[in-house]
Ligand binder design. Structure first.
Ligand code: SF4
Ligand code: MG
Length: 329
């Protein structure tokens, strides 16, 4: 399979009044053409920061890429200047956010918003751009597309608005689509429809997808692989079935035991007792030590490096590392 993206040892920090926050601390993964990788974790784990770094959207000077590479189509996104980035953002890499209302301009007809994107980057006539806009609305399942081009965002339901946002993200035919909590604001039925839409689009266009979510239930359907993030690191990554049926990290197991229930709101979910460490002065050892029922002496002292369980399945936990057993002696 063809590689679409390679993130290598990415470190991102933010300067705040309280000091420097180490938001992402050595993230590494690859993504193939036509593949869907889900990045899962609690809020503040660094998943959105990772997405923004891939897109070239870390706001300087408060945010800074401290180390690492993001290789996309032979470019290192971390080394490009603003002009070079603008040729890629929204064109070869597109991003979809949680709230469709903030992504749409309430004062512009949706046809204008679709056409604006594609005409900025390709030299299309107005007529060709309009045809493309209609094609896109049909692709995302909006009926009577031609008439609806003249309507404003408020004339659509929440689910329809998110479909329009997806159409805008796709109109320049990106190779990589990053969706950050794309269904969180939607009700469960609409969520399922939007996830199905991602699958359909991927089948038709071959786009690679990174799906960022706090909800393992969301990824169950469409992910090929899952990366679990905790305190700025990927602590386990593998094929979907490896993560769902053979999770090895205690944190991943905890997440799986708490797949959201319909009778609870997101805020009420607490997957695992305790809270993540603050990332002003991250621990040198495993970040999960304070919450982990299996913590050993070594866990607090030294970070557990990658243990390869299969070709695709990698975990960072001393329980899986033979050297820990020797050290415990
Ligand atoms: Fe628990 Fe230690 Fe594994 Fe961390 S390294 S998850 S503390 S057993
Ligand atoms: Mg986020």
């Amino acid at each position: 399979s063809e590689k679409m993206l390679s993130v290598q040892n990415l470190h991102v920090a933010f300067t705040t009044f309280g000091g420097e926050v180490q938001a992402v601390r050595g993230v590494t993964f690859d993504l193939d053409k036509g593949e869907t990788l889900a990045i899962v974790g609690e809020s503040g784990c660094g998943k959105s920061v990772t997405a923004n770094a891939i897109m070239g959207l870390i706001p300087e000077p408060a945010g800074k890429i401290k180390a690492g590479q993001v290789i996309f189509q032979e470019h290192d996104m971390t080394k490009l200047n603003k002009t070079q980035l603008r040729k890629i953002q929204g064109v070869d890499i597109s991003m979809i956010f949680q709230d469709p209302m903030t992504a749409l301009n309430p004062t512009l007809k949706i046809g204008e918003q679709l056409i604006e994107g594609v005409r900025t980057h390709y030299k299309l006539s107005k007529l060709d751009a309009k045809k493309k806009a209609i094609d896109m609305l049909e692709l995302v399942g909006i009926p009577s597309a031609e008439e609806r081009l003249n309507q404003y965002p408020h004339q659509f339901s929440g689910g329809m608005r998110q479909r329009i946002v997806i159409a805008i993200a796709l109109i320049c035919e990106p190779k990589l689509l990053i969706a950050d909590e794309p269904t969180t604001a939607l009700d469960v039925t609409i969520q399922a429809q939007i996830l199905e839409l991602f699958e359909e689009i991927q089948e038709k266009t071959g786009v690679s997808i990174i799906l960022i979510t706090h909800d393992l239930g969301v990824v169950a359907k469409i992910a090929d692989r899952i990366a679990v993030m905790y305190a700025g690191r990927i602590i386990e990554i593998g094929l979907k079935r490896e993560i769902f049926y053979h999770p090895q990290h205690p944190y991943t197991k905890g997440l799986l035991n708490s797949v959201p229930r319909l009778d609870l709101k997101d805020e009420e979910l607490e997957p695992i007792e305790g809270t993540p460490p603050d990332l002003f002065s991250p621990p040198s050892g495993c970040s999960f030590t304070a919450r982990c029922p299996f913590a050993m002496e070594v866990c607090d002292l030294v970070y557990p490096t990658d243990t390869h369980l299969t070709n695709d399945h990698i975990v960072n936990c001393w329980l899986q590392d033979e050297r820990a057993i020797q050290m415990q002696g």
